[in-house]
Design a protein around this ligand. Structure first.
Ligand code: MN3
Length: 195
């Protein structure tokens, strides 16, 4: 059985960049629903219930076909959001990892690349910084598709589903993305890069 992880900070902790109501609904309703639906999908496959979510997603081709899409959507949703909550902290943090500046020249260049990927993701999805082997890459996925399904290790991701910004930013996805950079926890990004 998978469980909804604790946020680690209050719903209002990321204000004014991410508002409390968005956080409450996003975590307590959207993420919770992915977890519930993932558990329901796995009901008839007890062997899969004890696997780690990372294993399920990176081995998605081995997941039985009748529940594969449900695991892609809801398992992906569970893993993506878990990573997302951990990637943010009140006030953000400034310790940008050296690997980031090495690959992208500067933090500003990485931000520009990820922002572009996030703005240009048509419809719902995520923009990512991923690691594959030793190299870093920026790209985006649709819906809740996890980079793990393509053998890429997600390091930092921004949710650009409308549910992640519509209450405060309405149509202004770019405004939400710009504000989000203020709460990115680079310490966690650095940890992920080193594992
Ligand atoms: Mn979301």
């Amino acid at each position: 059985m998978f469980a909804l992880p604790e946020l680690g900070y209050e719903f209002n902790a990321l204000e004014p960049h991410i508002d409390a109501l968005t956080m409450e609904i996003h975590h307590g309703k959207h993420h919770a629903a992915y977890v519930d639906k993932l558990n329901t999908a796995l009901e008839k496959y007890p062997d899969l219930q004890t696997k780690k979510i990372e294993e399920l997603l990176s081995g998605i081709k081995d997941v039985p076909e009748d529940i594969r899409q449900a695991v892609i959507n809801n398992g992906g949703g569970h893993h993506n959001h878990t990573l997302f909550w951990e990637s943010m902290k009140p006030g953000g943090s400034q310790n940008v990892p050296e690997a980031v500046t090495k690959t992208f020249n500067s933090l500003e260049d990485l931000k520009a690349k990820m922002t572009e990927a996030a703005i240009n993701r048509f419809g719902s999805g995520w923009a990512w910084l991923v690691k594959q082997g030793e190299s870093l890459e920026v790209y985006s996925t649709a819906n809740q598709d996890s980079p793990l399904m393509e053998g890429k290790n997600p390091i930092l991701g921004i949710d650009v589903w409308e549910h992640s910004y519509y209450i405060k930013y309405k149509w202004n996805r770019a405004g939400y993305i710009e504000a989000w950079w203020n709460v990115v926890n680079w310490d966690v990004v650095a940890q992920r890069l080193n594992t």
